[in-house]
Design a protein around this ligand. Structure first.
Ligand SMILES: NC(=O)c1ccc[n+]([C@@H]2O[C@H](COP(=O)([O-])OP(=O)(O)OC[C@H]3O[C@@H](n4cnc5c(N)ncnc54)[C@H](O)[C@@H]3O)[C@@H](O)[C@H]2O)c1
Length: 437
């Protein structure tokens, strides 16, 4: 597949979803597809958000689907409908009339099909990273969202990190001057998980390393940086270039730790250990995102945003902005993080820390989605944001194949990226009262 950057024509009757609010839902009925590590992890949060109710659960494996239903029943007293017994059981969940929002946490191969089935079944759908891995699939999700008038969005939890949201407010307040560059990514040593049978079925996540050389998971970096740079809200990514290192880490790990009869011995790893992508924006800004899950190292998402007056960088957290700082020395960022703390964290931060993973950002994301649906608000992250961030998967594969040549980034908004509009840097609003118990 090759990128063309030309937007396909809209079908008759198909209109943009930019700025389209959710209908108001008194209660948000949620159907979960995929109850492995992530799906079960997120279950706690879905059950805890005021006004959310998990009405359906689906996993290929009956044990997993039933375990999830048991958990919901134990927490709430009501048992969700269980869809299981085959890898197409999700089709029934997507067609059922007891679900308003579908949440997809399955292996990457399934995201596109399940997202599309949810929209065609009249549901809004939040999909784990990435929403799809091919450009034509990304366009199909945009088109389906526009045709069926349903929101499709990436469950980009890192956009709701406490630091990420505070930096966003700093950036919009001009603390860093005019933004010129941002750096992020996903640097996470997954080697033991990739080889341990953790991913079901068939160690699917390791299999991707035999299939293509691409930046699989840049969205954790691109989401928060895009928010700071108003991507699709005044600026846009114009082209991308990518480069990968040699792929050695997984084979080295296998050599040291895998028994001779392990199925991995038939595999050849083609995904470079370190993949770097660079994106240029219409306003001339530079974004770099890193991906590395095959090397020994501490976790990092880099999380840096920089401009004419200074910069912020995470891992470890630090800041340097004029006129406050000088002398080439990093300063303590905490006073700035406190001053710019986002309203979502002030409002629900304590609940978030008690109800879920990743330091609370997962719950903030879940709370915000349910709040937007119940209050009839416009989603912070829409199908256009999701599509452009996830286009880094096929575009990086293409650029790497072509010796790191630049490839054009499609404009999924079909020309409306110039319009300033709200996103993650939102005004404070309340969660509607729960009227039913
Ligand atoms: N945003 C984050 O921080 C974050 C963190 C972890 C994982 N994830 C994402 O969540 C997704 C799931 O990851 P995981 O670690 O839970 O994987 P996993 O292998 O633990 O779970 C996948 C589950 O999906 C089920 N499944 C497979 N095919 C299915 C189908 N056709 N229909 C229904 N169920 C099916 C499997 O039986 C399994 O239970 C991935 O996209 C991953 O990238 C995101």
């Amino acid at each position: 597949e090759t990128s063309t950057a030309v937007a396909p024509a809209r079908a008759a009757g198909q209109r943009s979803m930019i700025g389209v609010p959710f209908d108001r839902y008194d209660e948000v009925r949620i159907g979960l597809i995929g109850l492995g590590n992530r799906g079960m992890g997120m279950l706690t949060g879905w059950v805890a958000v005021p006004g959310a109710v998990v009405t359906a659960v689906c996993d290929t494996l009956p044990d997993r689907a039933n375990r999830a239903a048991d958990t919901v029943q134990a927490e709430t007293g009501a048992r969700p409908t269980v869809y299981t017994g085959g890898d197409r059981a999700y089709e029934e969940l997507c067609a059922s009339d007891e679900v308003d929002l579908v949440y997809v946490a399955t292996p990457w191969d399934w995201h596109f099909r399940q997202g599309l089935a949810a929209v065609e079944g009249g549901k809004h759908v939040g999909i784990e990273l990435p929403i799809a891995t091919e450009l034509k699939e990304l366009w199909q999700l945009v088109d389906a969202s526009e045709r069926f008038r349903r929101h499709v969005f990436l469950m980009e939890n890192c956009c709701y990190g406490r630091n990420e949201l505070a930096i966003l407010r700093m950036a919009h307040d001009g603390l860093f001057g005019e933004l010129t560059n941002g750096h992020g990514g996903y640097l996470h040593d997954l080697r033991d998980l990739l080889f341990s049978g953790y991913y079901e079925p068939d160690d699917w996540r390791r299999a991707w390393h035999t299939r293509m050389d691409a930046s699989f998971y840049s969205m954790h970096g691109l989401g928060p940086i895009s928010a700071c740079m108003d991507i699709n809200r005044g600026d846009r990514f114009t082209y991308l270039t990518a480069m990968s290192s040699v792929a050695l880490g997984l084979a080295d790990y296998r050599e040291r730790f895998m028994p001779p009869d392990h199925p991995s011995w038939t595999e050849t790893y083609v995904k470079g250990d370190r993949t770097t992508i660079l994106l240029r924006t219409d306003k001339g800004r530079l974004v770099r995102a890193e991906h590395d899950v095959s090397s020994p190292r501490p976790y990092s998402r880099i999380n840096s945003i920089a401009g004419t007056r200074g910069l912020f960088e995470d891992y470890p957290t630090r800041i340097y902005v004029e006129p406050d700082h000088s002398g080439h020395e990093w300063a303590d960022a905490q006073p700035y993080l406190d001053r710019y703390d986002h309203w979502l964290w002030r409002k629900v931060g304590d609940d978030a820390e008690n109800n879920g993973g990743h330091g609370g950002m997962d719950y903030i994301l879940q709370w915000r989605i349910v709040q937007q649906m119940r209050a009839g608000l416009v989603p912070d992250i829409d199908v256009y944001d999701s599509a452009v961030w996830c286009s880094s998967v096929p575009l990086s594969a293409e650029s790497i194949r072509k010796g790191s040549r630049p490839v054009a980034v499609p404009d999924f908004t079909r020309g409306r990226w110039r319009e300033a509009r709200p996103g993650l840097d939102s005004e404070e609003t309340d969660m509607p009262e729960v009227t039913r118990g």
